[in-house]
Design a protein around this ligand. Structure first.
Ligand SMILES: [Zn+2]
Length: 260
């Protein structure tokens, strides 16, 4: 069996936004010699190549390891809440302006507990496209796990998760920014939490800002844990990385072809 050969539905030219998570100063998770922002970018390029070969169009939200999206340099970004918000908003805006059919964000997990391992995929149930986003997330998740198994690798299937209350802060739930609905943030909240209003996009005298959500189904896949030794081995070797990318590309293409 030639593992490189996968049966991907022929593309119809649909535009897929592939979003390698993090970038610039914001590196994401890092452990076992893996830096998430670089790993995500390499994975994005693999998925881009596979989808393009199959006949889809791909727009990457970033293609440069050293920079975040659209010339944003990552400087002055507040930590702790809405982190990298201007950068994340730029990714959403890019997808909306391009009229993309799907938005798929690529990440890997990191935790203090080195025993945590596996693949999980998020969607948001609290905005338009919830049903399609859930089906997209399920299709990506299933195909990544199946493709890894087919290629002879074991990965834990952590399932598909609603991100609606992924992070809680002072009793308020926050979804993943790139998946969630529009969100209003007041100047008072920013100041109370130690953020920099200018870095979040506030102009002088502005009392609140409202974020913009993607206008298409979206999902975010966490491809293994950089903090788990066995997962890190799979994230380091080219063959297993390519199998992960095949799973993501298969999931996307099968969703678009109505083969979920
Ligand atoms: Zn990440």
């Amino acid at each position: 069996m030639d593992l490189a050969q996968v049966v991907m539905p022929p593309g119809d030219g649909a535009l897929v936004v592939v979003d390698p998570g993090h970038g610039g100063d914001e590196i994401g998770a890092a452990a076992n010699g893996i830096v998430e922002k670089d790993s995500n970018l390499d994975m994005g390029r693999r998925v881009e190549r596979l989808l393009t070969q199959a006949g889809y169009r791909v727009l990457m939200t970033r293609s440069d390891a050293g920079r975040a999206v659209a010339g944003l340099d990552g400087a002055g970004q507040p930590q702790g809440f809405s982190a990298q918000r201007r950068d994340l908003q730029a990714r959403v805006d890019l997808a909306n302006t391009a009229g993309a059919a799907l938005f798929v964000s690529l990440h890997s997990n990191g935790l203090n507990d080195p025993s945590a391992d596996g693949v999980e995929t998020y969607y948001n149930a609290a905005r338009p496209f919830a049903a399609q986003s859930r089906l997209l997330a399920q299709t990506i998740q299933r195909n990544v796990v199946e493709e890894m198994t087919r290629s002879g690798y074991h990965v834990r299937d952590r399932g598909t998760l609603d991100d609606a209350c992924l992070r809680a802060f002072q009793g308020v739930c926050f979804p993943l920014f790139v998946l969630g609905p529009p969100r209003e943030t007041s100047l008072g909240e920013v100041l109370r939490r130690g953020g920099d209003p200018a870095a979040l996009g506030f102009s002088a005298g502005q009392a609140s800002i409202v974020s913009r959500a993607t206008q298409m189904p979206g999902a975010l896949v966490e491809l293994l844990f950089v903090t788990n030794a066995e997962d890190a081995r799979l994230l380091t070797a080219a063959d297993s990385r390519e199998a992960l990318a095949r799973g993501v590309a298969l999931g996307i293409s099968r969703f678009l072809a109505g083969q979920s």
